[in-house]
Design a protein around this ligand. Structure first.
Ligand code: 5GP
Length: 211
């Protein structure tokens, strides 16, 4: 007997990290190397940057429209980051993980914590979610990176470091930590981690023997 259920559920891979740790660079590379990973297009109220495309990088919507969607319960999570709203749509994630598709989410810590909370009362999410946190090698190195990359004032650098320290304190809430001491190594660690996740028996569906 065959069934139209997938052999395993998809993985909802939630990646966050402290500011300045190179999270976006790692995520972009992993998505390039693993084209079978699905990506959830978030909604945001921030304007598109040069080269970004609507419905590809984000769904760019107004604050009013975003708040309407919050009311309608359209988001798994949403957060205010740098005075703009960002949110993950249920429609981008839930049906796809049920169908066995792995989805990659690059979101901030507030959003990841909301997904953890939602998973407490949602058996499907609980099975499907994996949380990865990207760490800087050390506070000293983070400080060097922040100083090296920007024209920020001393005051701004201090503020960023303080913020990063607070963000890093959330690392214990994540199951997987990746230290970005060397980009290539961090990318390959994340890719190996995802390969391991794909073999985890907890997401194999019961009908596996029947197909
Ligand atoms: P950016 O404006 O540079 O694209 O993103 C700013 C921050 O918002 C990044 O840390 C990114 O991970 C986070 N972000 C992007 N999409 C979402 C989302 O849907 N939800 C949450 N909570 N954060 C997001």
């Amino acid at each position: 007997m065959t069934s139209d259920l997938p052999k395993r559920l998809g993985i909802l891979i939630v990646v966050s990290g402290a500011s300045g740790t190179g999270k976006s660079t790692i995520c972009t590379q992993v998505r390039k190397d693993m084209p079978t990973l699905g990506f959830s297009v978030s909604c945001t109220t921030r304007p598109p940057r040069q080269g970004e495309k609507d419905a590809v990088d984000y769904y760019y919507i107004s604050k009013k429209e975003f708040e309407k969607r919050i009311e309608a319960g359209a988001f798994i999570e949403y957060a205010e980051v740098f005075s703009n709203y960002y949110g993950t749509l249920k429609s981008e994630v839930m049906d796809r993980i049920k169908a066995g598709k792995d989805i990659f989410l690059d979101i901030d810590i507030q959003g990841a914590m909301q997904i953890q909370q939602a998973a407490e009362n949602d058996a499907l999410l609980k099975k499907c979610c994996e949380f990865i946190f990207i760490m800087p090698p050390s506070m000293n190195e983070l400080e060097e990176r922040l100083r090296g990359r920007s024209t920020d004032s001393e005051e701004q650098i201090k503020q960023r470091l303080k913020k990063a320290e607070k963000e890093i304190s959330f690392r214990h809430k994540y199951e997987h930590l990746i230290v970005n001491d060397k980009l290539e190594r961090a990318v390959s660690e994340m890719e190996n981690l995802i390969r391991d996740m794909r073999l985890n028996a907890k997401r194999m569906t019961e009908n596996m023997c029947n197909v």
